[in-house]
Ligand binder design. Structure first.
Ligand SMILES: Nc1ncnc2c1ncn2[C@@H]1O[C@H](COP(=O)(O)OP(=O)(O)OP(=O)(O)O)[C@@H](O)[C@H]1O
Ligand SMILES: [Mg+2]
Length: 471
């Protein structure tokens, strides 16, 4: 088959747009994105100067200009501008300089439409703003669902955690919460807000993994009118959370540059909107959470040590379900009660076999997994107790049962522990890459290790590298 035809077919299928420039900023190739962003056709663009087709762009804000003057790529940049047809758009772009025999000969940019994401984020901000500023005077809507009494469990480790949370709830010191996924970090953080004197003020949670970096920065700090073309004057979450609590979830996903800006705000207690000159004092309690171990984050340079120690003034560890098995029957009964009410059923409990199986299970998804499994089983239970057969339906895509009984490990006779551990590591990595569809970045996230570490392991264990890095 004709190679150029294949390339054309691939290009036609791509959602992203591509622009190629030579060193004097003349467009030599242009492929539109699947949604209309730029506002012009390829025929109008090729042969033209970049600043002619993007009349609102200037050198200070051009990623092409930056890549061509520094010779360095500009990765995952959020750009907001008014396009050729006067529409205000947002794009996420990556710009790569091109060298030929060491000489910089041009650059290309791959971009996709982010307008809808930006509009939705702004809508959420606007609604939050309305929610916190226009209270009806009856019930303080502070953005939380949970209080300390919603944290079910009687194990010593959980009671200790609840006590510690109660003790420090009223302090203004930053808090760092670590716990595996599904252990109840969100519950603990909201409960602390509701125990504090800040409870009538906003509780705002932002997942740091949910947004591209620049968008996260403008959502956190706000923007001043004209800071980029089309930018509105609007507050960020720090301003909206004034007097209350700002919960930064999955802080491990925030890039190091933004981390240093965050540190500055926490230290100074003052924010400046992006592109603005005025500063404003804010009184916000910061709670950060991560489901990656702090030591691991520090070791792999995922969190800046200065930021970590500033946040970690109060450290809360939310124990995994494996570490508090005595809570399993209590939580089981609790969730049965909750779903009895929601589903209008009258399930009395679980059978002895299910009880034993629950106690011996691994619960890698912790309380969330238990909760979801009970909800699933209760859809199938015929009798008044959840039986083993009701659990078999809890699976992903109807094939892989998530619920596994902890297996007794085989003793590695003959090969030795080191080789056995390596073999196990290899099989876990291969499964992760497989489940991530060959996407290394995704596999690394599933394994909770940095991408670089995964590449090192692939090399050391002689596993064929996964090719595709992007999402
Ligand atoms: N002690 C508990 N009592 C009652 N419900 C709980 C408890 N712990 C967790 N849950 C429930 O489990 C689910 C997961 O909890 P939560 O969202 O707080 O976990 P998380 O630690 O924030 O997880 P992730 O790291 O994935 O965000 C929620 O539905 C929550 O209501
Ligand atoms: Mg959470």
């Amino acid at each position: 088959m004709d190679q150029s035809k294949i390339k054309q077919l691939i290009l036609d299928r791509l959602e992203e747009g591509i622009i190629v420039l030579d060193a004097d900023l003349t467009i030599t190739f242009y492929k539109a994105a699947s949604t209309e962003i730029t506002g012009f056709d390829p025929d109008e663009a090729v042969g033209e100067n970049l600043f002619k087709v993007f009349p609102h762009l200037d050198k200070d804000h051009s990623t092409f200009y930056k890549a061509l003057t520094t010779g360095k790529p500009v990765i995952d940049q959020v750009q907001n501008y008014v396009n050729y047809k006067g529409k205000s758009v947002s794009i996420l772009s990556t710009t790569i300089p091109v060298f030929d025999n060491g000489e910089l000969v041009g650059a290309f940019e791959i971009f996709k439409d982010l307008t809808t994401v930006r509009e939705l984020s702004e809508k959420v901000l606007m609604l939050q703003n309305e929610l916190y500023t226009k209270r009806d005077g009856h019930k303080a809507l502070n953005g939380t669902q949970y209080t300390i009494s919603d944290i079910v469990g009687e194990s010593t480790v959980l009671l200790e955690l609840k006590n510690k949370a109660k003790k420090v709830a009223n302090s203004n010191s930053p808090v760092f919460v670590y716990g595996e996924t599904g252990t109840g970090k969100e519950l603990v953080v909201q409960a602390m807000h509701n125990l504090s004197s800040r409870r009538s003020k906003p509780f705002i949670a932002q997942n740091c993994a949910a947004l591209p970096e620049n968008l996260l920065e403008s959502i956190l700090f706000g923007t001043a009118q004209g800071s980029f073309t089309g930018a509105k004057d609007r507050p960020g979450l720090f301003e909206l959370a004034d007097g209350g609590t700002l919960f930064l979830d999955e802080i491990n996903s925030m890039n190091l540059e933004l981390q240093s800006k965050l540190l500055r705000v926490i230290q100074d207690g003052v924010i400046r909107r992006i592109g603005g000159s005025d500063t404003k004092e804010v009184n916000v309690r910061i709670i950060a959470a991560s489901n990656m171990e702090p030591n691991m984050m520090l070791e792999h340079n995922i969190i800046r040590p200065d930021l970590f120690y500033r946040l970690n003034v109060i450290y809360l560890y939310v124990p995994s379900l494996r570490e508090r098995k005595e809570d399993i029957p209590i939580l089981t009964n609790h969730f049965i009660k909750v779903f009895n009410q929601k589903m209008n059923k009258n399930i009395k409990g679980v059978t002895r076999e299910v009880h034993d199986r629950f106690l011996n299970s691994d619960w890698s998804g912790n309380v969330r997994e238990l909760e979801n499994m009970i909800e699933s089983a209760m859809n199938f239970t015929d009798g008044d107790h959840i039986a083993l057969t009701d659990l078999q339906y809890y699976s992903i895509f109807g094939q892989t049962p998530v619920f596994k009984e902890k297996e007794k490990p085989e003793i590695p006779r003959g090969v030795g522990l080191k080789n056995a551990v390596e073999e196990y590591e290899k099989s876990v990595i291969i499964s992760a890459i497989d489940e991530a569809g060959g996407n290394c970045a995704k596999a690394a996230r599933m394994l909770k290790i940095p991408k670089q570490t995964l590449h090192g392991k692939l090399k050391r264990l002689g596993i064929k590298s996964c090719g595709e890095e992007s999402e």
